[in-house]
Design a protein around this ligand. Structure first.
Ligand code: XMP
Length: 430
């Protein structure tokens, strides 16, 4: 592998992605890695010192540890003025030259092997999972999202019936999602799957709760409670599978990079329920997770699904959730997704969904006055969800969606298109 040392550059992950795209495995490590830590990493062929704009951190200049300079490994210094550090190669900043210098370093100087691919990754992980778990049992909260689905598929391949997946349907999932989880994991892959329909429980707790943050807290806390109850019914579980991926770790903040967001995992289980974690995807970037899912036989619409918030439709059924408005939301969202698929927009637009607010407007239906909710369409593009732009949807597509939603979804008599970028709006309405 090639080790990238984090000297505070925001480009660490870009370089890591570039190297992996050459078929060579790479990991990002802290700048002050010790000789022992470096020695413990398997098959290190070279080190990249990626000094970025934060190289002087809090007034203190940081550099790689002596262990790195004394390791005898080929070193490449990436200096952001494009200058070479003494005795080290330099990396020009022009895009085209970048890849050439990188290829030369990785293959000519480091003699790294092109052996990073999904088949090898899956084979290695299966061995590692079996070694870690032995004949013990693993529990996994399977939401049906990309990461938990890929972990489930990998664990099923590695340990079969030693894995139990728990799918909590909180009643706020999109149309067809719980059914797909049961179909793919239980019926096709033969997994032990505990399917919990907790819809009534969640909707009862959420009754008359209009504040978005209160709704989020209730959904999060209730989820942990239901999962915990199911876990307690199972005997002899020692491990908890988790869909942690590399950006979760990298974005948790290193010594030199600014904290982007906290690393959130299932967490929150009671003190007496401590499991050892199995996190087989923790070194993969998102696109690699998807490739892994495809290689494991998961369907495209599961592997390439758009991001979906934990509180689900709960934060799109604005204000206090009612069952009839929630159904109108679920149906309008399903129509939007179907029409985006047909129009070839599904892979192009980062996130798209409908929102149903808790007010009504007057309309005309079958020559009579109607008084119904509007459905709001939101379709945004973003790189990191911190800012977002609006997708310009073809007028004909919008007209077709409007026609279908207003005629097929009970309770909706208007369709609106949200033109607000982030900022000033957020992606979700709540
Ligand atoms: P906002 O609305 O903050 O959304 O612009 C940015 C991204 O985060 C998702 N999101 C959430 N995801 N729990 C989640 O797991 C949440 O409470 C939550 N709120 C927003 C949102 O869908 C978008 O992708």
């Amino acid at each position: 592998m090639i080790v990238i040392l984090d000297l505070g550059s925001e480009q660490n992950t870009l370089i890591a992605r570039d190297i992996r795209s050459l078929g060579v495995y790479t990991e990002i490590h802290p700048h002050d890695i010790t000789a022992d830590q470096l020695g413990a990493l398997p098959n290190v062929r070279g080190v990249i010192l990626n000094g970025g704009p934060n190289r002087v951190v809090d007034g203190v200049s940081i550099d790689a540890s002596d262990a790195v300079y004394q390791s005898g490994l080929p070193l490449l210094a990436v200096d952001h003025q494009g200058k070479a550090d003494q005795n080290l190669g330099s990396w020009p900043q022009e895009e085209e030259a970048r890849m050439d210098v990188l290829k030369q370093f990785v293959f000519d100087q480091c003699k790294a092997q092109k052996n990073w691919n999904m088949e090898n990754f899956i084979a290695d992980q299966i061995d590692l999972i079996r070694e870690q778990v032995g004949d013990k049992k693993v529990l996994l909260a399977l939401s049906g999202g990309v990461d938990s689905s890929v972990v489930a598929a990998l664990l099923i391949r590695a340990i079969g019936k030693q894995l139990t997946c728990v799918h909590v349907n909180h009643g706020l999932l999109r149309k067809g999602e719980p059914e797909q989880v049961v179909e793919v994991f239980q019926k096709q892959m033969g997994a032990n799957l505990v399917y919990v329909d907790a819809t009534d429980r969640f909707l009862t707790k959420l009754e008359n709760v209009a504040d978005p943050e209160k709704k989020r807290k209730i959904i999060g806390a209730e989820f942990i409670r239901v999962f915990e109850e199911e876990a307690r019914k199972l005997d002899g579980i020692q491990f908890l599978g988790q869909g942690t991926i590399y950006p979760d770790i990298v974005e948790s903040g290193t010594k030199t990079a600014k904290m982007v967001k906290s690393h959130h995992n299932v967490g929150g289980l009671p003190e007496d329920m401590q499991f050892e974690l199995v996190e087989p995807l923790k070194m993969l970037f998102k696109d690699e997770v998807r490739a892994c899912g495809t290689a494991l036989g998961l369907p495209d619409n599961m592997v390439y699904r758009q991001p979906f918030p934990g509180p689900g439709l709960g934060v799109r059924c604005l204000g206090a959730i009612t069952r009839d408005r929630l159904e109108a939301l679920r149906e309008s969202d399903a129509i939007l997704r179907e029409e985006f698929d047909k129009a070839g927009l599904a892979g192009k637009v980062w996130q798209y969904f409908t929102v149903v607010p808790d007010f009504k407007s007057v309309g005309v239906r079958d020559n009579a006055r109607s008084f119904e909710w509007p459905a709001i369409i939101r379709a945004v593009n973003t790189v990191d969800a911190m800012t977002a732009t609006i997708e310009q949807i073809d007028w004909d597509v919008l007209a077709r969606i409007t026609q279908r939603i207003t005629h097929e979804v009970p309770g909706i008599n208007r369709v609106l298109y949200d033109l607000t970028p982030k900022p000033v709006g957020t992606i979700e309405w709540e």
